[in-house]
Design a protein around this ligand. Structure first.
Ligand code: DAU
Length: 309
């Protein structure tokens, strides 16, 4: 069962492949709505929750942190309460490498301290901590995964990779923050999901598992890689004013998850190729998104942004 509020980045088109699947059902709802969450769990006899629900975009959290605090912390609390109240088998809480904060050298292990630096990362860290507190205090069966940047089909084009691909397809500038030398671990979404699935079936209650490819790519190289695949000129890259508090680098040590038998299967180049191909072949999906709310966001975010020499 998919339970989703369908806010700006939610979209029933993303579930099209499941439409005729008798094992799939959908309920529109907010994880902050405790009475609806409780009712659905009871009526549908839910045994396990995977909490993918979150406000996720760092730049938006800089403009309006409130919805992040609400969904990513209070919403997580509602799901934990339900897990406890109805004696569910387990709750998997999907988190992020951003809770560790900027990591200038080495890689984060699960026991590292949390040093979130954006309102988004701090909200996710709050969610993680309340999960761990529920496990310690009430024995609630919760497991946390912390993933790196996912790329692949159906990703809302506010995230840098689909933003750059869809802009490049339209010969629009690719707004690269700062000097473009920030590094991210871009992992293919299927690898990320397989990691979560491994944790769902084999993860130990009360534990945290990092999920990432272990390969760090500079944003400038990611942008050039996209342009190369689309045979577009590098002159489309436009250096713009940096994101406030921009974390330069994240890096995950995934030894713990690998010890459960999981491994990342897509190298960065293959992940990027598959992603570029999907957006090239699925304009029907993203063209309608890139109007309405998206246009307003784009104007607010990039309209007056300083262009760097
Ligand atoms: O690391 C995992 C996280 O990855 C997730 O927890 C977040 O939900 C997800 O949004 C993502 O956060 P990032 O801030 O790393 O992703 P984003 O796609 O916004 O940016 C990736 C990098 O690209 C980052 O260094 C900022 C840069 N960037 C981003 C945008 C939107 C640009 O240079 N230009 C842009 O227009």
């Amino acid at each position: 069962m998919v339970y989703d509020k369908l806010t700006y980045a939610g979209n029933l088109d993303n579930l099209r492949d499941l439409e005729d699947n008798p094992r799939h059902s959908f309920v529109r709802g907010d994880i902050c709505d405790m009475s609806l969450v409780d009712r659905v769990i009871q009526e549908e006899q839910i045994s396990t929750i995977l909490n993918f629900a979150a406000e996720t975009h760092v730049d938006r959290s800089i403009f309006e942190p409130g919805s992040f605090i609400q969904t990513d912390i209070y919403g997580t609390y509602v799901l934990l309460e339900a897990t406890k109240k109805f004696g569910l088998d387990r709750m998997i809480h999907i988190s992020t490498d951003e809770v560790y904060g900027e990591v200038m050298s080495g890689s984060s292990v699960e026991s590292d301290p949390l040093r979130p630096r954006s309102p988004y990362a701090a909200s996710k860290a709050g969610g993680d901590l309340i999960c761990l507190a529920y496990h310690t205090t009430y024995g609630t069966p919760v497991v946390i995964t912390r993933g790196s940047n996912s790329i692949g089909p159906y990703q809302y084009p506010e995230k840098v990779v689909p933003l750059f691909i869809t802009n490049a397809l339209d010969d629009l500038p690719l707004p690269l923050y700062g000097d473009g030398s920030q590094m991210r671990d871009y992992q293919y979404i299927i690898d990320h999901c397989e990691g979560i699935d491994t944790v769902l079936h084999q993860g130990k209650i009360g534990e945290i598992y990092n999920v990432g490819s272990g390969v760090e790519i500079r944003n400038i190289d990611m942008a050039k890689g996209i342009l190369r695949l689309l045979k577009k000129p590098e002159s489309l890259i436009q250096y713009v004013e940096d994101r406030p508090g921009h974390d330069r680098r994240y890096s995950l040590d995934t030894t713990k998850l690998q010890s459960l038998g999981w491994g990342s299967r897509h190298a960065f180049q293959e992940a990027l190729e598959k992603t570029v191909k999907w957006y090239t072949e699925n304009e029907w999906w993203w063209r309608k998104i890139k109007s309405g709310e998206y246009k307003e966001w784009y104007e607010r975010q990039y309209g007056k942004r300083k262009i760097l020499p």
